[in-house]
Design a protein around this ligand. Structure first.
Ligand SMILES: [Zn+2]
Ligand SMILES: [Zn+2]
Length: 390
């Protein structure tokens, strides 16, 4: 075992930062994933990891500086350091420690990503599923309530038609990778452990393309805009999403396609409101309509007309419920109702003639015309005997 400082190529006066930097550089050079099947690289990787493990630990570094490697062997409180990494796992743990979380910042991650190829999980057996797409669709109140059909344009990867997603111009041009025999993974024995890693020859695809398809440059897919018909069922509401299986990106090397998620954004209606599956509407009526009763017709969402009977003596705030004229439940659990809230509108800008008639009416009012008013004043007077209604 050579000197730890020499192993990392640094001087004895190197700072903690310099030690880390030197280790990272060397570890990336000698990492087993980059030097598959090279026992020399594996040995160096273990050595530099061991050197870093000692020199990055102030306590261990201190012992090492004073007594050399001997001082670390079996030393009390040294965590049972035996001198020399026996397993690759230990070395890999040190490696992960130096690159992973814990002091670093964005800079580390970029090294990490470029090293492991985008930070994606290694693919097994080659074919990778395509990613899923999200698309928001704007609907009017009526479209959401009654259902509709929409056409949307999406940009996705689609399987290349020329090579049927193979990536190779001909079927014969696609050969099983010799190194991994088509599995995409190579198994290495490291001490007690056997580790499988992505095959470096075929990058996990399991196949090697000898004559790439010209249309897709061997990727088996290409990006294109396409139109998709979306059938919106009746009863959808803002935030609901519709999954359209297989309409996301095509997979790589013939892998399965991702899905398309259509997210609903329902626009408000000028006078209809939604309350779960019920529709509510506020309907002003005149004082004479409220007092004498009347009939009204209101159009429904289903295109029909609903006849409403407003009885004599209807109070402001009364809610009339019209069964089944609400919104179709999106899970087909029946239909909601239409709730009409009546608002008695007090007349404004009266003419002299109108005022005269109202005054005349007031002269012949009797308390039983206004039961709520009468009971209010009766109650109030029982608490405040001096209260007066005029
Ligand atoms: Zn192609
Ligand atoms: Zn291979």
């Amino acid at each position: 075992m050579s000197n730890y400082y020499e192993v990392l190529g640094i001087s004895k006066t190197a700072s903690a930062e310099e030690i880390k930097k030197a280790y990272r550089k060397k570890a990336l050079q000698h990492h087993p994933d980059k030097n598959q099947g090279d026992p020399k690289a594996e040995k160096s990787f273990k050595e530099i990891s061991e050197a870093y493990e000692v020199l990055s630990n102030t306590q261990k570094k201190d012992v090492y500086d004073r007594y050399g490697e001997e001082g670390l062997k079996g030393g009390a409180g040294m965590g049972g350091h035996q001198g020399g990494y026996s397993s690759m796992d230990e070395a890999l743990r040190t490696f992960m420690g130096a690159f992973g979380g814990g002091g670093g910042g964005g800079g580390n991650e970029s090294i990490f990503e470029s090293f492991f190829g985008g930070g994606n999980a290694p693919s097994r057996g080659g074919a990778q599923a395509g990613s899923s797409k999200k698309v928001t669709i704007t609907l009017s109140f009526e479209e959401a309530a009654c259902g509709t059909e929409k056409e949307i344009a999406i940009s996705t990867y689609q399987p290349c038609a020329s090579c049927k997603g193979r990536g190779s111009a001909t079927a014969e041009g696609l050969k099983n990778c010799k190194r991994c025999q088509g599995s995409g993974q190579v198994v290495q024995n490291r001490g007690f452990f056997s580790m499988s890693t992505t095959c470096p020859d075929c990058h996990g695809e399991g196949k090697i393309i000898t004559n790439p398809c010209k249309d897709c440059s061997g990727s088996g897919r290409f990006k294109d805009k396409r139109k998709v018909k979306v059938t919106i069922p009746p009863g959808v509401d803002t935030g609901m999403r519709l999954r359209m299986a297989g309409l996301g990106d095509a997979g790589e090397s013939g892998g399965p396609s991702g899905d398309l998620y259509v997210i609903m954004d329902v626009q408000p209606h000028p006078f209809l409101k939604r309350q779960d599956d019920d529709i509510t509407i506020l309907m002003p009526i005149t004082i004479t309509e409220a007092a004498l009763g009347c009939k009204k017709e209101i159009p429904t969402l289903s295109g029909g007309v609903c006849r409403l009977t407003i009885p004599e003596g209807t109070q402001s705030g009364k809610v009339l419920r019209i069964r089944g004229e609400g919104i179709q439940n999106v899970h087909a659990q029946g239909k909601g109702d239409l709730l009409v809230t009546l608002l008695v509108e007090t007349p404004e800008k009266l003419t002299e003639k109108q005022k005269e008639l109202l005054r005349a009416f007031a002269g012949i009012e009797n308390p039983s015309n206004f039961p709520a008013r009468r009971s209010f004043w009766e109650k109030l007077k029982s608490f405040f005997p001096t209260a007066s209604s005029c």
